[in-house]
Design a binder for this molecule. Sequence first.
Ligand SMILES: Nc1ncnc2c1ncn2[C@@H]1O[C@H](COP(=O)(O)OP(=O)(O)O)[C@@H](O)[C@H]1O
Ligand SMILES: [Mg+2]
Length: 264
Amino acid sequence: MSKAKRDTRVIATYNIKGGVGKTSAAVNLAYLAAKAGHPTLLWDLDPQAASTFLFRVRPKVEGGGRGLLRKRSRTAQHIKATDHENLELLPADFSYRHLDLALDQFKKPAGRLRKVLAPLRADYDYIFLDCPPSISLVSEAVFEASDALLVPVIPATLSSRAYEQLEELSRSGKVGRRGRTSILAFFSMANVSKQLHLQVMERLRKIDQLTVLGAAIPTADEVEMMGEERNPVPVFAPDGTAAVAYAALWAEIEQRLHSAPAGS
Ligand SMILES: Nc1ncnc2c1ncn2[C@@H]1O[C@H](COP(=O)(O)OP(=O)(O)O)[C@@H](O)[C@H]1O
Ligand SMILES: [Mg+2]
């Protein structure tokens, strides 16, 4: 394929909260994209390095986060292969806990990640950003760099505060360049009665700019077992409920992403 023509989509798994299924989604969806033949990169932006661990890669980037953000940084040389065809990883590094400070040195910090990713767009159809749970300068830079924010929401714990945060996010105008990044929410660890599920979904649908996807990820042992297996779910439990749910989720996301024009 001609380098200039690749129609790359950048997808960030994002939520201000930890433990909601961001990493599980990033790892499984990136795997599914790659398995379908798309050259795919996952950048593990979380210093806790969970997705780096799941892909059996050492959480180390020479020169750290500061080095990666530098102008003319040679980002590509820090990318590692995974055990899976078409799937590569830019690992986490413990220094990412200071990524805010590193970004702050730039005149336009929010645009920096987008610039770092620009040359990589030639090599990948999909770039996943697995984000740390925070709202920070890093998140702002992620919003600006992404075509879509994929937000896992646990229906049972959708406190009014979480709802307000999603609403704020949607209204802030901080999500992407002039609000062009779409926010795609999906239910994660869903195990509630349909009634509650529907109520929560109905509330979420009232948020501007936010799309609630139809596919949901149920609570499933296989997802927890990823930590033992150190593999995406479809590799070791291809017929389980989780693998089926992630496949449905990915199909829906892909369809959404390609009905909107690419970000650059
Ligand atoms: N659908 C699920 N069913 C069961 N356990 C899950 C599910 N999704 C995530 N988990 C577990 O919950 C924990 C947090 O998930 P993770 O994807 O790391 O969240 P985050 O990246 O948002 O912190 C992990 O131990 C993971 O195995
Ligand atoms: Mg995580």
